[in-house]
Ligand binder design. Structure first.
Ligand code: SAM
Length: 258
């Protein structure tokens, strides 16, 4: 890897850490959208994971654990969810008394320990560069018949963002075809599905979310670039009271042989 690439990777990591530390306090406000949205995603997660009450579930890159907490409302698990995230400020937002065990560490470090039945990684896999090692480690940690589910937005977004952000997201997010290949190389049998969710968000609210860099890729722009991007969005979408767009999620499930 060239020095330039190493510097770029370091800069990206620093941006991601700063982004989530700053966003933690408002993460649910910007990313929860609605109970209907979260339930649509979790209902499909439960099916893809083939989740059973006796499963030991890991939420890797859990953030505020909003998805595993909603999963627990539908499938009460016998053991606590293992909620893992390197950003302590994110883990601190998980409600006191929730049946989760908090682990403050990155996915790769976590993948070297423990044994589990089901692992969920929702919109966090793009933050781990060494995915070959991560998936091989997680394969080894899973029980026979265990499942690893990746849920994430693809590189090409249908969001009403400014052009430079849409273009940068193409390199920022993980490529689902590559994720499939990497899971297969680690030994998993892979299944892939999709979920399309129609959003209708007041334009002012969405502009505020962008101004507050609700997605990590937005935090990679300077304040000036972000300001220009918001002006571009104002010119394009400012006259609409509500922004309607489709959020696409890939559901990529790796299944370990029984
Ligand atoms: C977009 S958020 C998703 C959070 C949660 N899964 C959700 O969907 O609400 C991405 C999360 O990945 C975490 N993260 C960043 N780097 C990570 C790493 N190397 N390993 C695991 N998680 C990481 C961030 O701290 C953040 O909480």
């Amino acid at each position: 890897m060239s020095t330039q690439n190493l510097l770029t990777a370091d800069a990206k990591r620093a941006t991601v850490v700063d982004h989530y530390r700053r966003l933690a306090g408002r993460y649910d406000e910007f990313l929860y959208y609605s109970p209907r949205f979260v339930r649509a995603l979790t209902a499909k997660m439960i099916r893809a994971l083939d989740l059973r009450a006796t499963d030991r579930l890991v939420d890797l890159g859990c953030g505020t654990a909003m998805y595993s907490l909603d999963i627990l409302e539908q499938v009460p698990l016998a053991s606590s969810v293992v909620a893992v995230d390197p950003i302590r400020e994110m883990l601190d937002r998980i409600p006191e008394g929730a049946p989760v065990t908090r682990w403050a560490m990155g996915a790769l470090e976590f993948s070297a320990v423990g044994s589990y039945d089901k692992i969920l990684i929702k919109e966090a896999v793009h933050h781990e560069e060494d995915r070959a090692t991560l998936f091989a480690n997680l394969y080894a940690r899973l029980s026979a018949g265990g499942r690893l589910l990746l849920v994430h937005v693809p590189p090409r977004l249908g969001y009403p963002l400014f052009d430079a952000a849409l273009r940068r997201a193409e390199r920022w997010h993980a490529d689902p075809d590559e994720l499939e290949r990497q899971l297969a190389a680690a030994g998993f049998t892979v299944q892939r599905e999709g979920l399309d969710y129609p959003h209708a968000i007041p334009t002012k609210t969405y502009f505020q979310m962008v101004a507050n860099c609700y997605m990590s890729v937005l935090s990679s722009f300077t304040p000036e670039e972000l300001g220009e991007g918001l002006q571009e969005m104002e010119a394009k979408y400012g006259s609409r009271p509500v922004l309607e767009f489709t959020d696409h999620f890939d559901y990529i499930t790796g299944i370990k042989a029984a």
